[in-house]
Ligand binder design. Structure first.
Ligand code: PEP
Ligand code: MN
Length: 363
């Protein structure tokens, strides 16, 4: 690229980076030049895509699976970038990959989920990013560990990278069938709470692992005020060399983005704010009551603890606990509370209660 072209792409990259929603799309993997260029062209034709993605180096679970075309795919992506004027992004996992990607004018980089789990690799990538002025997106680690995700962000930030974003791609969980990677939305929301200035993109493709529920996850992410989406797209999804089940054609991708309901985060109407304020107050009030009730519950647990101590009885009595849960399920059903919620809620209350009893019994 000559200097003017470089400047133009930098400007296009900044424009995309600052856009909400930021839509990133492209194939899971670059396979051939024709495939990369045609996908890019057709995605650009939808007018819905801001940044082109393609996996060049693919960390795969098993050897013998397609592990990416490697650096020879970078000129293909450069070709697609020139043709469409769209900025490009690739996954990098080593210092050499960072160098290679930048040599071929890749405009944004992302660190994949399998790399985020490994501080050595993240540090190597971060070191290669020193003095480099491109936006970097960091996917959550495969395991649900916010500290690991935060650690990766910190390493990249310490290398001096100014524009850092997050990608929520779901978390591996044993035996999960509906999703390829369980979204565990609360973790993404907590990560956003900790890093309010960072944009967070949702990756429905790797959460779902299948086409039929992509739209639901994408809509949910937008409803939760995510800043954008990364979605895989392939000209012939069923015959893709990787992640065939979760890719959609560029035209379908365009349709999906059009069908998403984009809600405003906030409006200026006074009436709306007044109504919302009232509801917020009601929620605060109920929240306060809930705290008082839980506090009272703990006081009773402490009394029981004292009683058990005096009579030399164990803290946990399994039968009693089953009885509490069964009662809660039955009541919860009437109140339209899911079993999953009740289990989690009662587990948390139970743990706290045991801790209180424990303090009493060992005092
Ligand atoms: C990808 O985006 O193609 C990819 C490998 O994703 P992840 O790192 O989320 O598994
Ligand atoms: Mn993929």
């Amino acid at each position: 690229m000559n200097a003017i072209e470089t400047d133009n792409m930098k400007e296009a990259t900044q424009k995309a980076w600052n856009k909400k929603p930021l839509i990133i799309s492209g194939p899971c993997s670059a396979e051939t030049e024709a495939q990369v260029v045609e996908t890019a062209q057709r995605l650009a034709n939808t007018g819905k895509v801001d940044v082109l993605r393609a996996g060049i180096w693919k960390p795969r679970t098993k050897p013998g699976m397609f592990e990416g075309v490697g650096a020879k795919g970078l000129p293909w992506l450069q070709h697609a970038q020139r043709l469409t004027g769209l900025p490009t992004t690739v996954e990098v996992a080593t210092g050499k990959q960072v160098e290679d990607a930048l040599t071929f004018d890749v405009n944004m980089l992302w660190i994949g989920a399998r790399t985020t789990v490994n501080p050595f690799s993240v540090q190597e990538v971060a070191d290669a990013l020193r003095g480099v002025d491109v936006p970097v997106l960091i996917k959550n680690p495969i395991n649900p560990d916010l500290e690991l995700w935060s650690g990766a962000v910190e390493r990249v930030a310490r290398a001096g990278v100014k524009q850092i974003g997050l990608i929520h791609r779901g978390f591996s969980s044993y035996g999960n069938t509906e999703y390829r990677n369980a979204p565990m939305w609360h973790l993404a929301i907590e990560m956003k709470r900790r890093n309010p200035e960072m944009k967070i993109i949702n990756d429905p493709s790797h959460i779902c692992g299948r086409r039929d529920i992509l739209m639901d996850v994408a809509q949910k992410a937008i409803d939760l005020d995510f800043d954008g989406l990364m979605l895989e797209s392939h000209i012939d999804p069923d015959n893709a060399w990787s992640d065939a089940k979760q890719q959609v054609t560029p035209e379908r991708l365009g349709e999906m983005i059009s069908n998403i309901i984009w809600r405003a985060e906030d409006v200026n109407s006074e009436e709306y704010h007044a109504a919302l304020e009232k509801l917020h107050q009601q929620i605060n009030h109920l929240g306060d009551e809930l705290m008082q009730i839980i506090g009272q519950r703990m006081k009773i647990a402490e009394k029981i603890g004292q009683y058990k101590k005096d009579n030399n009885i164990t803290i946990l009595q399994t039968n009693r606990w089953n009885e509490i849960l069964e009662r809660a399920y039955a009541q919860g059903e009437k109140m339209k509370l899911s079993r999953e919620f009740i289990t989690r809620y009662f587990d948390a209350v139970h743990m706290e209660s045991i801790n209180h009893q424990n303090t009493i019994m060992n005092s």
